[in-house]
Design a protein around this ligand. Structure first.
Ligand SMILES: C[S@@+](CC[C@H](N)C(=O)[O-])C[C@H]1O[C@@H](n2cnc3c(N)ncnc32)[C@H](O)[C@@H]1O
Length: 319
């Protein structure tokens, strides 16, 4: 049913928002309008139940302000200052990339790989009665490094999944590290999270144990910048608001993988896991470099669109 856009009801607001966002070229206009209403305290249920309730002038004013700002193509997550990632709602600002649904796949694959290779992380390979246990409680304490943590999305998800994990959250951007710190605090994870502002390439030079104590890990995970020069010329308007150092993967988009893969090997314990998110068409080259660097059991995983988006590999031998 089409409502009178001036009748002051939730339904009319929804229609107004949706039309305005569509006009601005935003595809997910309905979903985003529902999200804006939600943030203003108007639940999806009240919309689906008919949306007849009249909104207050203040609610309408706030709604129209957000919609107006979104029409400039500034991403909704930056306007609202928060975004959802898996089961978490994270603080976000223009200093960090907005976590994407594809990265949830990276996290899921890391979780599955850790659980599957429990022998690596187990206190002992068998339980009391000689059988493997099924819960994560059998996994010994393990450490991971999240290179380019941004909001801390990947690390926070892992820390919340594995109570026996200790995470190092690293980012070249000091401002991003401050956002990650807020998110770590929000979920009470300070005791198991180490936040480091810094450049992975600088920190990982030199001998593994001596120069930077504790800079060796059981798991290294990263969603590095992977857009090529050409990709960056053709980005959608929203991406212009995101930090360049979170997107720019050099001329061919592969700059980070080329350097990160051999360096990460020197920072992984024997039996450790490296898991990377990759851009469309990059998984082949990344897998080859992993093989060349001596990693084992290299696996590629597709995203919801059938694009190979995650590559995992194990460091089964001593470095
Ligand atoms: C694609 S974003 C990923 C952010 C977050 N992990 C996520 O998945 O939402 C890449 C991140 O890498 C950081 N970064 C870029 N170069 C880096 C470097 N040399 N060392 C550490 N972090 C770096 C950027 O600041 C950015 O936060």
């Amino acid at each position: 049913m089409v409502s009178d856009p001036k009748d002051g009801s939730i339904r009319s607001l929804l229609q107004k928002g949706e039309n305005s966002l569509l006009e601005a070229g935003i595809e997910e206009s309905r979903e985003e309008t529902l999200r804006i209403l939600e943030v203003l305290g108007i639940s999806r249920t009240s919309v689906y139940l008919g949306g007849e309730r009249k909104v207050s002038e203040e609610e309408e004013r706030r709604f129209l302000k957000i919609v107006g700002e979104r029409m400039t193509r500034r991403p909704l997550a930056y306007i609202l200052g928060e975004t959802c990632f898996r089961e978490e709602t994270l603080w976000v600002n223009e200093h960090c990339l907005i976590p994407r649904p594809e990265t949830e796949i990276l996290v899921e694959k890391v979780i599955a790989a850790i659980r599957e290779k429990r022998r690596i992380f187990c206190k002992s390979p068998a339980g009391k009665n000689g059988r493997m246990g099924s819960g994560d409680n059998l996994i010994r304490k393990f450490s991971f490094l999240d290179i380019g943590t941004g909001t801390g999305a990947i690390a926070i998800s892992l820390l919340r999944t594995f109570s026996n994990a200790e995470g190092t959250l690293l980012d070249i951007s000091r401002e991003a590290i401050e956002v990650a710190r807020r998110n770590v605090q929000k979920y009470g994870l300070e005791g198991r999270a180490r936040l480091i502002p810094g450049d992975f390439f600088k920190l990982s030079q030199g001998p593994a144990e001596s120069d930077t104590p504790r800079f060796v890990f059981d798991v290294i995970v990263s969603n590095p910048p992977y857009l090529s020069e050409l990709d960056l010329q053709n980005i959608q308007p929203e991406l212009k608001y995101e930090p360049r150092e979170a997107l720019d993967g050099g001329k061919d988009g592969l700059h980070f993988y080329r350097r990160l893969i051999p360096l990460a090997k020197g920072r992984l314990r024997a039996g450790g896991l490296l898991a990377l998110e990759v851009g469309a068409g990059q998984s082949g080259m990344v897998s080859k470099w992993l093989q060349d660097a001596g990693y084992d059991s290299i696996h590629r995983f597709e995203d919801y669109l059938g694009i190979e988006r995650v590559v995992t590999a194990w460091n089964d031998k001593r470095n």
